[in-house]
Design a binder for this molecule. Structure first.
Ligand code: HEM
Length: 491
């Protein structure tokens, strides 16, 4: 308007100037409208793109069934392609969820633990695994502290002879069959469970261990089941089995408490149970029996199917890659030849197993026992231009990087040399997670696998009896027939 009136009184040479004035007036009016509109418009967060699927179940079926079909990476890869390689929205376990992808997504979640997000488990899993009220951040910190103390390198060194002895005995008793045929998965599971019972609570009686293991199978079967708690369902059986285990643990805890009071702890002081019973928090308080029961249940579960799955897939991949097997064998024969046959493996020997370590890393990349982990947003925040509201759940997945050709060229190829030199780029290889909640059992897991591989390759060669056995993920990967193999003694 000002520009129009002024134009009537000045020369035509000033046209350009008035056009500019015109435009700037329009711009100011536009800004005013935008400002007023924004003030009255409700504040809509810019959520990540994606689908929330069906009411209640969301996309849970698609997520779980991609694992049952042996391709858990499919769920993640399809959505990364469709929506964004950085983040997408879905709904799992009845919760709205943002799935963070790629190395940058992993880095963001790992480094914002307790600042923007905290660890979270679906209520179904919590109902089975937690009997006490120890889910607070403080409670979890306390638990981590005790487990980390128990699993620090100086402590791990002491377990080498124990693990080596149990692995040798296990091979002699269970893998020497009359027809040379065994199923690798159930046998590996038997060994790793016996090791967990021995290392965490010094339970060694095979009958006692077998009784526990039966209950654990029911618990793991229920973790991913439909949460219907009526008799006859897997969920109900899992809750009952977990309570049964807690009940059994309470006797073991009580017995140990007495031994510690009577100062008979010399033999048992090294196990996790004694660490827990002796631990005192800042307020001078001991852990309660329920808290200890939950922690023991937690670590037994965390190590139940995970380590055995890696051992199984190491056997699986070595059978398919004779050159890799030959190199692993060479490494272990060199170690064996440097000692007397009756000598146990030592901590120094473990450090000579560099090639085997790379092989295990490659197994962990291709067949990771844990698919990722959930967290909960504790405040509103923004990531990659999208808003994540407080209370939303988040998920990071090993598959957004482990199978990405930009992180691991030719990702389906089994190639342990990827881990030579500096290895993968940061935040791309994440089988144990990262940041403050990274798995505290990672080095114990590696130790058990390396020691078992040493005993196995120096004793046997093997071939698979089902060449293309189907793999299912439930939630850890396992061959549907348990990986039947034919062993022949290596002389
Ligand atoms: C190959 C074997 C294993 C794999 C692949 C594995 C993987 C993982 C992963 C991905 C997490 C979640 C990290 C996160 O929330 O960001 C985790 C947590 C955990 N793992 Fe493991 N784990 C293994 C073995 C073990 C063993 C042997 C133990 C027993 C000492 C153990 C104890 C735990 C515990 C207590 C947590 C919870 C940590 C916390 O919330 O602060 N894990 N593990």
């Amino acid at each position: 308007m000002v520009a129009k009136v002024a134009k009537l009184y000045v020369s035509p040479g000033m046209d350009l100037f008035f056009s500019a004035l015109y435009l700037s007036e329009f711009f100011c009016i536009y800004l005013l409208v935008v400002f007023l509109f924004r003030r009255h418009k409700p504040n809509h967060p810019r959520l990540p793109h994606g689908r929330t699927g069906w009411p209640l179940i969301g996309e849970t079926l698609a997520f779980v069934s991609s694992g049952w079909n042996g391709r858990p990476e499919k769920f993640i890869a399809e959505r990364m392609n469709r929506y964004s390689p950085k983040i997408f929205k879905t709904s799992l376990a009845g919760e709205k969820m943002a799935v963070f992808c790629g190395a940058s997504g992993n880095k963001f979640l790992f480094s914002n633990e307790n600042k923007l997000v905290v660890s979270w488990w679906p209520p179904t899993i919590q109902k089975i695994t937690i009997g006490s009220n120890s889910t607070s951040v403080e409670g979890t910190k306390k638990m981590r502290g005790i487990i980390m103390e128990f699993l620090k390198p100086e402590a791990l060194q002491k377990y080498v002879p124990v693990i080596a002895c149990m692995a040798r005995q296990h091979l002699t008793i269970n893998w020497n069959t009359s027809n040379g045929q065994v199923k690798a998965f159930p046998l590996s599971r038997k060994l790793t469970f016996a090791l967990a019972c021995r290392l965490f609570m010094t339970v060694e009686d095979p009958k006692h261990v077998a009784k526990f293991e039966k209950q654990f199978e029911l618990v793991t079967a229920g973790l991913l089941s439909v949460p219907v708690n009526v008799p006859g369902t897997a969920f109900n059986r899992a809750i009952k089995a977990a309570n049964h285990i807690r009940h059994e643990l309470s006797f073991i805890i009580e017995e140990r408490r007495k031994q510690l009071l009577e100062k008979k702890q010399m033999e048992t002081a090294r196990d996790l149970l004694s660490h827990m019973l002796l631990a005192i928090d800042e307020g001078g308080q001991h852990l309660t029996e329920l808290e200890i029961g939950d922690m023991i249940l937690g670590v037994l579960l965390a190590s139940h199917d995970t380590i055995s799955s890696v051992i199984t897939f190491t056997i699986y991949y070595l059978a398919d890659h004779p050159k890799v097997y030959a190199q692993v064998l060479k490494e272990h024969l060199e170690i064996a030849s440097s000692k007397q046959p009756e000598d146990s493996l030592s901590w120094e020997d473990i450090h000579k197993m560099n090639y085997s370590r790379n092989v295990i890393n490659e197994v962990l990349r291709l067949a990771p026992p844990s698919q990722g982990a959930f967290k909960e947003a504790i405040k509103d925040f923004t990531y990659a231009g999208f808003d994540i509201p407080k209370g939303w759940k988040t998920f990071w997945s090993v598959y957004s990087t482990h199978k990405d050709p930009n992180c691991f060229p030719n990702p389906e190829k089994f190639d342990p040399s990827r881990f030579e030199g500096n290895g993968p780029k940061p935040f791309t290889f994440v089988p144990f997670g990262g940041g403050p909640r990274m798995c505290p059992g990672s080095e114990l897991a590696r130790l058990e696998i390396l020691i078992f591989v040493h005993s196995l390759v120096t004793k046997f060669r093997w071939e698979k009896l089902i060449p293309d056995e189907k793999i299912v993920y439930s939630p850890s990967p396992m061959p549907v027939n348990g990986l039947p193999i034919r062993l022949s003694p290596r002389d």
